[in-house]
Write a new protein. Structure first.
Ligand SMILES: Nc1ncnc2c1ncn2[C@@H]1O[C@H](COP(=O)(O)OP(=O)(O)OP(=O)(O)O)[C@@H](O)[C@H]1O
Ligand SMILES: [Mg+2]
Length: 472
């Protein structure tokens, strides 16, 4: 058999290879050694247990059918005694029930014989990565500092630091997390942060948007389908759960998921197996779930739109995100972050904001949260000449108006009847409006949200210019 080229990917990895068939053992041992692993062999399950009692191995590869202790028994014992060893089973008698059972007990993979040795080397490489990450997480839980880089989650405000702490705390666990936040608060970014700082970071991060599809397609999207399972199912397809195997699956806007699909989702979460639409075959999955929703799921449960049992499964850990208005301190940092992001993406220098524009940006409330701020920065940069600092004229009307209305409402207390103050305010506001507004009276009335007649009456009452001449 041709040896696998030595790329040293397994250097440092200790493998125990268990099989009563010597030909397989020898060929595989050589391939693994070529890849840099240290390999010890055993010809039976019982012998393997003795070897394992003396020393820790990162990965154990074992045949299933052997005289004496079977590969499954060895797996069971190993998972009790050496939780951090990854076990790969191999068999010439592939059987789906066995495969499911093995995965449930904790096997890393189940490989059917015969296989090219290169394939097994790759499986061992992945298993070893998982083994190392799991040990890292164990160390972390034991208190060893873990300096996960969450730098891409910009913000230093108290409210945001609480979010970061929570992310650091729950990421290494496999708990299901529900990220709750209004539109644009960073739900998807936080879900990604949970993935990249977890022990699954080398696995896939897959997202499924629960609001965009009708129930039948949603099911096929999540669980996959067989060829011809429904009209349009031209070929067999893996679902998002399968694609996310050994990684993280984000159920985005889970509050929108149709009730019909909720029942099936619940079963998958409970049993950790999926069945592709049109197939009765159970496929084991190893997925960490993160869900996102605009609000808490309790209200939906009360309204009969969400299953309570599913809510309990999804809300093992809740991670509420603050609105940007609740973390105004972060606006300057976010502006800088988006300025450099735009600069990098467009390859064009963006001069930044002049003080008056910055003041308006700091005063604004951002109903669309971080996403809105990002768009404001992007569009201002796109409109700027690339040289002069950006002024208020390049900000959206809403931001400028909000700034103006803030100035207008700057009033003190003068111990006067409210009706007088309101009258004074109306007169001063209308006189400003007359001076500033460049359109017709009819347009001004529309902007103020009153009829033309009512505007005319007010102007007359306040003795403001133009009232006599423009009687409606
Ligand atoms: N703390 C943050 N630091 C840097 N960028 C952020 C932060 N929060 C959000 N963003 C950016 O803001 C945008 C919106 O974030 P994201 O898509 O994660 O929000 P969301 O809550 O999922 O929004 P929606 O409800 O609209 O789907 C993204 O471009 C994201 O990169
Ligand atoms: Mg989103």
């Amino acid at each position: 058999m041709t040896p696998v080229p030595h790329d040293g990917k397994l250097s440092g990895c200790e493998v125990l290879l268990v099989d009563d068939e010597q030909t397989i053992v020898l060929a595989l041992r050589d391939s693994l050694k070529d890849a840099g692993a240290t390999v010890v062999t055993a010809s039976s399950g019982d012998q393997a247990l003795n070897v394992l009692a003396a020393k820790h191995y990162d990965v154990v590869i074992s045949d299933v059918r052997m005289p004496g202790l079977s590969g499954m028994d060895l797996l069971r014992k190993l998972k009790q005694a050496a939780e951090y060893t990854e076990v790969i089973l191999m068999t010439a008698y592939a059987n789906i029930e066995h495969a499911v059972a093995a995965m449930k007990i904790g096997a890393y993979d189940y490989v059917t014989k015969p296989f090219p040795n290169e394939k097994m080397v790759r499986v061992v490489e992945n298993a070893w990565t998982t083994a190392r990450l799991r040990t890292e997480v164990r160390d972390l839980r034991c208190g060893r500092a873990y300096d996960a880089d969450l730098g891409f989650l910009v913000g230093k405000s108290d409210a945001w630091v609480k979010v970061l702490d929570r992310v650091r705390m729950v990421a290494p666990t496999d708990s299901t997390v529900l990220v709750i936040g209004a539109s644009g608060t960073g739900k998807e970014l936080v879900a990604r942060a949970l993935h990249v700082t977890s022990n699954r970071r080398d696995g896939p991060f897959i997202k499924v948007h629960c609001a965009s599809l009708p129930p039948t397609l949603m099911e096929a999207e999540l669980f996959g389908h067989t060829k011809g399972a429904f009209t349009g199912a031209g070929q067999e397809m893996k679902g998002r759960f399968e694609l996310a195997n050994r990684g993280t699956l984000l159920l985005d806007e889970v509050d929108e998921i149709p009730l019909e699909v909720q029942v099936k989702l619940l079963r998958v979460i409970q049993e950790r197996v999926v069945e592709r639409v049109g197939s009765g075959q159970s496929i084991p999955i190893d997925v960490r779930l993160v869900a996102s929703s605009k609000g808490s799921l309790e209200a939906l449960v009360a309204a009969g739109k969400f299953r309570q049992d599913l809510m309990y499964r999804l809300t093992v850990v809740q991670l509420p995100l603050p609105s940007l208005a609740e973390r105004k301190d972060d606006v300057p940092l976010l502006i800088d972050h988006f300025l450099s992001k735009v600069g990098e993406q467009s390859g064009r220098h963006c001069p930044g904001f002049a003080r008056p524009a910055l003041d308006l940006l700091l005063a604004y409330d951002y109903p669309g949260n971080v996403r809105e701020l990002e768009h404001i920065v992007e569009s201002a940069c796109a409109l700027s000449d690339g040289k002069t600092a950006i002024g208020p004229e390049l900000l959206p009307d809403g931001v400028r108006e909000r700034g103006k209305s803030r100035e207008i409402f700057k009033v003190g207390f003068a111990a006067r009847p409210l009706s007088d103050v309101v009258e004074d305010f109306e007169r001063s506001y209308l006189s400003h409006a007359l001076r500033e507004f460049k359109g017709s009276r009819q347009d001004l009335a529309r902007v103020l949200g009153i009829s033309r007649k009512s505007l005319w009456e007010k102007l007359k009452r306040h003795k403001l210019a133009g009232s006599e001449s423009e009687e409606p």
